[in-house]
Design a protein around this ligand. Structure first.
Ligand SMILES: [Zn+2]
Ligand SMILES: [Zn+2]
Length: 553
């Protein structure tokens, strides 16, 4: 490792993943302030919500700060294949055009995304073997196997001339993960012995006491539970949790049930897992149509849609409009998953729809069918004991998770804890660590096929339209500014009884219009707009989005 130059600094810049669960995007910079080299660790998405961002599928970080100096961005490095860590790569890579590094399973899933985006000819993710090392300018990276809820999760040790950072990625301690490696505790302890400057760590479960629990216990419990069921069984889980899919398929086999995968993501993930050497003992799969021919107690469906996603397999089954799968009285659905905050309502609706069909709903509320993939407080304490950093940097969480994580780290004798906010440039070394600058940051939306800035007001405008509809009025004036014809009024999303009030309200400003003083209809346009909005508010209690245009003939 080279010695640092006089002006060199080591900085951390989160552009996503601080203050929220999702769209993780962390940059590390090294060099003098005017010529820093950057690496990006993870490049994820957040899913849009009908209530806050209607019509927006994906939300991503605004990375213009790095895009403007993309020749200095050396690589995107992915810790693991969850959407909140890799989902933005196909959308943001064109702004950075740098190499992408990942372990094989993650690389296969990134390749699939790049192919769908038409980028596979331009960038091939470089495959890093498990426990592999790569050199990127002033950064020397070492991948360290950990456990989580997907194959091949990695912590990344980042060595620089100014110190060693441990970026944990998403992790937990699971001595029996069922699929893949166990946490490489020896490697983490060795980093602690070497001397860690900063541990940048997952905060998701910082409010939860104890430990997250092992996938092995879920395997036992699910196997027992499935043995008690008599009719058709459908189990829904995150498709990316390959160990869980393996557990469910083996439990099915143990009770004489054949497994059918239902939902595109199930096939995509199991294919990627097989390609990279996982799921060796996975029972053979039958297709949906074949499963429909079997007696109810001989079949198990493994379905997407545990979060109530309206287009996923389970929602369609609950609606009774899935082409090959139907469930009813005597059947059961097991939700082997957690409720991601914000999805509660959709999931409860799904439970109710299934109950109306006579289907028994079993979930983590009353059965041991899920464990979290993130570290609880005892596990966080272990990480700090192993790595013994000078600085704790809690990321991947909402503000209260990060704040509690920081308090916990300090209580464990970590000398300093810094809770970062997206866009804050944090100097880790030399000198005492702290925020030294703020860079442009925020969110961008993938709306249909277009990436659009948050500043464009799209979400606010959509919410206004959804809340109170719209009125579009066209006024026609002749060359002397006189009203030539009746105005055309288009009303959308407003209750019928309000329409007449809106139309009638236009008489008054039209009567008052003085062509001599308002030849181009500028004032008329504004008075018509106000009259229409006021009429809607008086009749209805809501102010629609109102647009008026003047056409002069
Ligand atoms: Zn994850
Ligand atoms: Zn995550």
């Amino acid at each position: 490792m080279n010695h640092p130059e006089r002006d060199d600094e080591l900085v951390f810049l989160p552009l996503g993943g601080s203050g929220e669960i999702g769209m993780n995007f962390n940059a590390y910079g090294y060099g003098p302030p005017d010529d820093r080299k950057w690496i990006v660790v993870d490049c994820g998405v957040l899913f849009g919500r009908e209530t806050t961002t209607p019509g927006v599928d994906l939300i991503m970080p605004d990375i213009r700060f790095l895009a403007e100096q993309r020749e200095n961005v050396l690589a995107i490095v992915a810790t693991h294949a969850h959407e909140d860590h890799i989902g933005a790569i196909p959308h943001l890579w064109p702004m950075l055009r740098c190499p992408v590094y990942a372990t094989p399973f993650t690389a296969v899933l990134i390749e699939g995304k790049l192919e769908e985006a038409g980028l596979s000819a331009k960038v091939h993710p470089k495959r890093v073997p498990l426990s592999g090392r790569i050199e990127l300018g002033p950064f020397a990276l070492e991948f360290i196997s950990i456990t989580h809820s997907i194959p091949e999760p990695n912590a990344i040790a980042i060595r620089t001339p100014l110190g060693l950072i441990v970026h944990t990625g998403d992790w937990k301690i699971d001595p029996e993960p069922q699929v893949g490696e166990v946490t490489d505790i020896a490697a983490l302890k060795a980093l602690g012995d070497e001397g860690v400057l900063a541990t940048v760590c997952d905060s998701t479960n910082a409010l939860v006491a104890g430990e997250s629990g092992s996938e092995a216990r879920v395997r036992e419990a699910l196997t027992t539970l499935i043995g008690t069921l008599k009719g058709r069984v459908a189990v829904t889980s995150f498709a990316s949790n390959v160990a869980r899919l393996d557990t469910i398929a083996r439990a099915a086999k143990a009770h004489g049930r054949q497994v059918a995968l239902v939902g595109r993501a199930m096939h995509k993930i199991t294919d990627a897992a097989r390609q990279t050497g996982y799921l060796k003992g996975f029972p053979s799969i039958i297709d949906e149509a074949e499963a429909a021919q079997l007696p109810p107690n001989r079949v198990l469906y493994l379905c997407t849609g545990s979060q109530g996603e309206p287009r996923a397999a389970l929602a369609r089954i609950a609606e009774g409009n899935h082409p090959n799968v139907s469930l009813g009285k005597g059947d059961a659905v097991i939700f082997s998953s957690r409720v991601i905050p914000g999805n509660d309502i959709a999931i409860h609706e799904l439970h109710n729809k299934l109950s109306l069909l006579g289907v028994e709903v079993l979930s983590a509320d009353d059965h041991f069918v899920h464990v979290s993939g993130h570290p609880c407080r005892d596990e966080l304490a272990e990480m700090y004991r192993w790595t013994r950093p000078q600085i704790a940097v809690p990321v991947h969480g909402e503000p209260r998770h990060q704040a509690e994580h920081a308090r916990l780290a300090l209580s464990l004798q970590v000398p300093q804890a810094i809770v970062p906010e997206n866009g804050q440039l944090i100097r880790l070394a030399p000198g005492r660590a702290g925020v030294i600058d703020e860079v442009p940051s925020g969110r961008v939306y993938m709306d249909g096929r277009i990436l659009i800035g948050e500043g464009a007001g799209l979400a606010r405008h959509r919410r206004a339209l959804a809340f109170a509809g719209m009125i579009a009025i066209t006024l026609v004036l002749d060359g002397k500014g006189r009203v030539a014809t009746e105005p055309s009024v288009i009303i959308e999303g407003i209750p019928e009884p309000v329409h007449d009030a809106i139309r009638n309200a236009l008489d008054e400003p039209l009567k008052r219009h003085n062509p001599k003083r308002d030849l181009d209809g500028h004032d008329l346009k504004e008075s018509v707009r106000r009259a229409a909005r006021r009429a809607a508010e008086n009749a209805w209690g809501k102010k629609p989005v109102t647009r008026v245009q003047v056409v002069q003939v």
